[in-house]
Design a protein around this ligand. Structure first.
Ligand code: IMP
Ligand code: MG
Length: 183
């Protein structure tokens, strides 16, 4: 285990199992529909790549980069769009936004608002992790691999702290002293 971790929360085997279940649900729900998956960089890149390879449907893929966090661990609520998608990517499509984690919910709440009016037939959120108890806005993801992520800072499988730990295959809880130092 990486020495900066307090404990492993979800092993790579548990993650793989949940991602497969989610992919099969999406495959069933979106059969016959024109789907675009939009991954939110950078955190969702590993989840997205594992997920879409198990959804046996034709689809298009794209990415956005938005931020509300910076190097710290508290969301500011302001959405900064660093990389957008072309409107024709969304127009007439069933959009699935793929995110690593929903915390306060602000990022996705504002992102959904931002994408409204661009012609999506439907818009759904698919997240790997969900810190339900941290929610401050009305945002419920339609698809979620792990519903009750504890209120601790987690890293690995794409999730970072200050750009580190994304490459770890499991998801673990970061030792509090690691991010306390940065504050
Ligand atoms: P929200 O806007 O508060 O829902 O924040 C969502 C974003 O915050 C996610 O996309 C992550 O980038 C980041 N985030 C929230 N909690 C964690 C965590 O425990 N580990 C890593 N990133 C997190
Ligand atoms: Mg993110």
């Amino acid at each position: 285990m990486n020495p900066d971790l307090k404990k492993i929360l979800y092993t790579k085997e548990e993650i793989a199992e949940r991602v497969t279940l989610l992919a099969k649900r999406i495959e069933k729900d979106y059969a016959g529909k024109d789907v675009v998956c939009i991954g939110i960089l950078k955190g969702a890149f590993i989840f997205m790549s594992d997920l879409v390879r198990q959804i046996d449907l034709p689809m298009t893929l794209d990415f956005m980069m938005v931020s509300s966090y910076g190097a710290g661990t508290e969301s500011t609520g302001a959405l900064i769009v660093k990389k957008d998608v072309d409107s024709k990517v969304i127009n007439g499509k069933h959009v699935i936004i793929v995110e690593d984690i929903v915390d306060s919910g602000r990022t996705l709440y504002y992102l959904k608002k931002y994408l409204e009016g661009r012609g999506a037939v439907t818009m759904a959120v698919c997240t790997l992790l969900n810190k339900k108890e941290r929610r401050v806005v009305d945002l419920t993801p339609e698809y979620c691999a792990f519903e009750d992520t504890p209120d601790e800072f987690v890293v690995g499988y794409g999730l970072d702290y200050a750009e580190k730990y994304r490459e770890l295959p499991d998801i673990g809880v970061l030792r509090p002293q690691i991010y306390a130092k940065a504050k």
